[in-house]
Design a protein around this ligand. Structure first.
Ligand code: SF4
Length: 283
């Protein structure tokens, strides 16, 4: 931007500042900015990249460009692929906002089922994924989502979400959609079941808390009380991500950790204690 350099974790920050995006900092690269200008150092041995595929599924903002691809476009492709893998006869496609919206639009496009607003997010409340106390999560879902009876009443509804972590939020959402009058609720998830914790900086629950690691898909469907449930396959997710599949980390779906750790390193330290219940993520 002018004669200044700006570094950010997502390109949407540059839009705000009207700065021009130049390129990603590569894995293993150190970019040094000082009075001599910009220099790139590569002090580490070259290793295979392991980009977090979950950035495309959920973490990043849709208006960011990541590894050469706009995140919203990637999410739409995840949704199209999901519609091809798990077709359903229904009247309406809705999203769990906001991260499910791109995939829902893609699902609608590929299936020909109209997209509409069925759940409205209250943007003023915190996200709930890593809030530590059960009762706060319980409260959080009700406060942050409101179903649209006018849209849902007497319809066969496909609801698209990016992931299922514990399953408790999905169950509440299904119930909420039914209470608003939906005749059928079909859940489609734009990623495979999360079965393993992330040890690379994302504060996910332990393995035993991940419903995808302890239950089969049919058991999860029964738990969340959906008429049907379909997860995107690993191959489908990687294909829809639009890059060489070997470039991605997908350990939370497969357990294939690219950077090994000793077993006794596997305990996760909570990022937030009970006094600060607002985490950075959802579900
Ligand atoms: S384990 Fe999952 S969330 Fe963690 S870096 Fe890998 S893909 Fe991303």
């Amino acid at each position: 931007m002018g004669d200044a350099w700006i570094l950010a974790s997502e390109t949407c920050a540059f839009d705000l500042l009207e700065a021009r995006f130049v390129r990603d900092v590569e894995p293993g690269e150190i970019v040094l900015i000082d009075s001599q200008g910009v220099r790139s150092l590569r002090p580490f041995p070259q290793t295979a990249p392991a980009l977090c595929v979950f950035e495309y599924v959920y973490f990043s903002r849709p208006d960011s460009t990541l590894w050469g691809r706009n995140v919203h476009q990637a999410r739409k492709e995840l949704g199209r692929q999901l519609a091809r893998e798990h077709p359903v006869v229904a009247d309406l496609v809705i999203a769990v906002p906001d991260s499910g919206v791109g995939a829902a639009l893609g699902f609608s496009e590929a299936s020909g089922i109209p997209y509409d607003l069925g759940l409205i997010r209250n943007h003023y409340v915190g996200r709930t994924f890593i809030e530590p106390r059960q009762q706060i999560r319980h409260f959080g879902v009700k406060v942050k989502l409101n179903p649209m009876r006018e849209t849902l009443e007497d319809r066969r509804v496909v609801v698209i979400d990016d992931s299922i972590v514990r399953g408790t939020t999905s169950r509440k959402i299904v119930r909420m959609i039914r209470q608003a009058g939906a005749r059928e609720v079909h859940v489609r998830i734009s990623s495979p079941p999360i079965q393993w914790p992330c040890y690379y900086g994302i504060d996910t629950p332990t393995r035993k808390e991940l419903i995808g690691s302890t239950h089969r898909v049919e058991e999860i469907r029964r738990f969340i009380q959906a008429d049907s449930l379909g997860y995107l396959s690993l191959e489908g997710m990687l294909k829809a991500s639009g890059s060489d599949p070997s470039r991605f980390c997908h350990a939370c779906f497969t357990g294939g950790y690219r950077v090994p750790f000793r077993q006794d390193d596997s305990s996760q330290l909570p990022l937030f204690d009970d006094a600060t219940p607002h985490g950075p993520s959802h579900l």
